[in-house]
Design a protein around this ligand. Structure first.
Ligand code: NAI
Ligand code: A1CAB
Length: 268
């Protein structure tokens, strides 16, 4: 996800890779950044010292340990007045502020991005921590808006939105893959079936955004009486596809809430 964000920002010319500092204890994961021209280190404290804006982009269960190491590093006293941007699913502003409280002057913004940011088609939501300034929020907005749509939201909505927008691409890929599979089953070559499936889903999504028509109306416009589409929809409804997708969103949102709870309870 860190690469998608960085490449999304870079492609709009907002930054140069020479201004980017990246750290991970896994040297292999740094190779790609090195090739791009970013500054890399296996020491998180080097990045935290150098950067003004620090993206926290580890898995939720790693964060506590990584921040503890930062606090105990020789560079700790130089990690001051930083703006932290967390993209971690489930981890609340409250969790983050508690974990970052040792770093004087730190402010935090909780962001939920998605991978289509890579191509400028992202859908990102964000909410400020308690110490954030208007300038911080403007800065975050100016970074995020070059990667697609972005919206400030109250924190209580972030897990639900994340289940739709951050997990949603994976759900959509399954639909596109299945649409393509159906085409292959009916005799199309895979390349052709996938291209048509993806273009069709993109077009349908754009119709929802551009026409402001209800999805049921748009669906009805495709269904001829006694025609092929309603026959297909009948097959989908018999398999309870809508319920399955709603269950997927519910499961993702509940999991995000659970990740937030775990990060509070577990010693890290
Ligand atoms: N993948 C996605 O579509 C989205 C992911 N997120 C959030 O982004 C975060 C990262 O997820 P992914 O990019 O998918 O995972 P990932 O596994 O691809 O990336 C995690 C990175 O953390 C690095 N890392 C591991 N331990 C570290 C440590 N102690 N210090 C510094 N770096 C360390 C690894 O080298 C790895 O590159 C998660 O918290 C997730 O909830 C949020 C929205 C969407
Ligand atoms: O699956 C995950 O936990 C991450 C957060 C949202 C999308 N990917």
């Amino acid at each position: 996800m860190a690469k998608a964000i960085c490449r999304g920002i870079k492609r709009k010319g907002l930054i140069k890779y020479s201004q980017v500092y990246v750290s991970s204890p896994y040297i292999k994961n740094l190779d790609v950044w090195k090739e791009l021209g970013a500054n890399v280190s296996t020491d998180n404290s080097v990045v935290a010292k150098e950067a003004d804006i620090i993206f926290l982009a580890v898995k939720p269960h790693i964060l506590g340990g990584a921040l503890k190491e930062l606090q105990e590093s020789p560079n700790a006293s130089m990690i001051r007045n930083k703006l932290f941007i967390s993209i971690l699913a489930g981890i609340t502003v409250n969790n983050l502020e508690e974990m970052l409280s040792k770093f004087e002057g730190s402010r935090v913004v909780r962001v939920m991005p998605n991978t289509p940011m890579l191509i400028g088609k992202g859908c990102t939501v964000y909410c400020p921590g308690t110490n954030c300034t208007a300038q911080d929020l403007n800065l975050v907005k100016s970074i995020l808006e070059v990667t697609g749509m972005c919206q400030l939201l109250p924190e209580h909505m972030i897990n639900a939105v994340g289940a739709v927008s951050a997990s949603g691409p994976a759900f959509a890929y399954i639909f596109i893959e299945a649409l393509s599979d159906g085409g292959v089953r009916m005799g199309l070559h895979r390349d052709m079936a996938t291209r048509f499936a993806a273009q069709t889903v993109m077009g349908a999504a754009q119709m929802v955004l551009d026409t402001n028509k209800h999805m049921g109306t748009l669906k009805d416009e495709v269904c001829s009486a006694g025609g092929q589409t309603i026959a297909g929809i009948h097959a989908m409804e018999r398999c309870a596809v809508r319920g399955a997708i709603m269950d997927a969103v519910e499961a993702a949102a509940l999991k995000a809430a659970e990740l937030g709870e775990c990060s509070k309870k577990k010693p890290q």
